[in-house]
Design a protein around this ligand. Structure first.
Ligand code: DAH
Length: 360
């Protein structure tokens, strides 16, 4: 009736050369479908003699079973391969909630830090870090706060219980009261030119509308042979204009005092308070935003740098304050209360990334 062996070869070849599920399905239809090769032959069995029908029928059934089994195996293999390809090529962010109604939001502090980083990265700063648990040297002494100086008291320092070394104040461990500690850590381990920012938690024993025992600061430090007060002014003016997204934001620098800078200044930005509403931009009022100055020669010396050779500027500011001003958040304490309603109101969409600043 026909060459069973040749038909088998042909069908096996057709099935095993199918490299995806669509062509495998096409092969299945061509072999076993209503008008497939085997089905056609089955239909013809009625035209054969009794004897021929018995043997041809048995052979055809066997072939049908073999081809079906082959298709099953091929299908399993193709599915496994498809899964491997998907695993290799698809990315799943398992930190995103599959339930949009409970999707978390980015905390305003994280958002503000991302924005600050974007701006300072654009100006060529790199990021430095330091520990939250510090010693007196890095938090005060090296920053030109002499022992017993009243400025130390103003920091409302949290001291840790004395450790094994009880040989005086200089060894005391404390929670850093400002990120200026990182200036010292960086200058004692890196050679100029230095251009860093550091962001992180700082701690002071205080709690009211405008003070919390923990808050965040950003600190900047630029040291080389020629950096001057003019660079400080240019850098910080550009920074506030980018951060508040006001191209012509007025700025002014007022003389101030910090032990670790000389001269020292505070920077204000222009605002208006008409009708009791604070608006950042040109206006008849000013808002203090940060502290800054030229790094004090004693600080350079304390870090092993020669002030005759090196100079530069530093600045520091509170991150909560920056976030409150930009996003109209009235109470500092709410940042730390983990109130979901507050977070969903003031938080940011996790899928929105702060843009690289392009202005100026
Ligand atoms: N460390 C200061 C504070 O916590 C902020 C500061 C002021 C940092 C002036 C600086 C600076 O680097 O130059 O109040």
């Amino acid at each position: 009736m026909m060459d069973m062996a040749a038909l088998k070869l042909e069908l096996v070849d057709m099935v095993s050369s199918a490299q995806d599920m669509t062509s495998l399905e096409a092969a299945r239809v061509a072999a076993l479908g209503k008008k497939g090769r085997i089905t056609d032959l089955m239909k013809n069995l009625g035209t054969l003699s009794h004897e021929e029908r018995r043997s041809a029928g048995a052979e055809l059934n066997l072939l049908k079973d073999e081809i079906s089994a082959l298709i099953d195996r091929q299908s399993q293999q193709l599915r496994a391969q498809e899964l491997q390809n998907r695993l290799a090529n698809e990315e799943v962010d398992i930190t995103l909630s599959p339930r949009p109604e409970v999707r978390g939001s980015i905390h305003p502090i994280s958002q503000t830090m991302d924005e600050l980083l974007t701006i300072f990265d654009g100006m060529g700063f790199t990021v430095a870090e330091g520990p939250d648990i510090e010693d007196d040297f890095h938090n005060f002494t090296a920053l030109n706060f002499p022992i017993g100086h009243p400025a130390r008291e103003m920091h409302d320092t949290f001291y840790l219980p004395d450790d094994e070394r009880k040989d005086g104040e200089a060894q005391k461990k404390l929670l850093r009261t400002h990120t200026s500690t990182v200036q010292i850590r960086y200058m004692t381990t890196h050679k100029p030119p230095i251009k860093i920012v550091c962001m992180g938690r700082v701690y002071r024993a205080d709690w009211d509308m405008t003070h919390t025992p923990v808050f965040h600061q950003i600190e900047g430090l630029v040291i080389d042979k020629t950096t001057s007060m003019a660079h400080l002014k240019g850098c910080l003016s550009q920074f506030v204009r980018e951060y508040f997204e006001v191209d012509d934001l007025p700025v002014r620098f007022r003389p101030s005092f910090f032990p670790f800078t000389e001269p020292s200044a505070e920077m204000d930005i222009g605002c208006s308070r008409k009708g009791g509403e604070l608006k950042i931009g040109a206006g008849d009022s000013w808002l203090e935003i940060l502290g800054c100055g030229m790094v004090h020669p004693n600080v350079l010396r304390n870090c092993g740098l020669d002030p005759e050779e090196y100079q530069g500027f530093a600045f520091g500011m509170g991150i909560e304050r920056l976030a409150m001003l930009k996003y109209g958040i009235p109470d500092l304490r709410t940042f730390f209360e983990s109130d979901v309603r507050w977070l969903s109101h003031y938080g940011f969409d996790p899928l929105n990334r702060p843009n690289r600043a392009t202005k100026i």
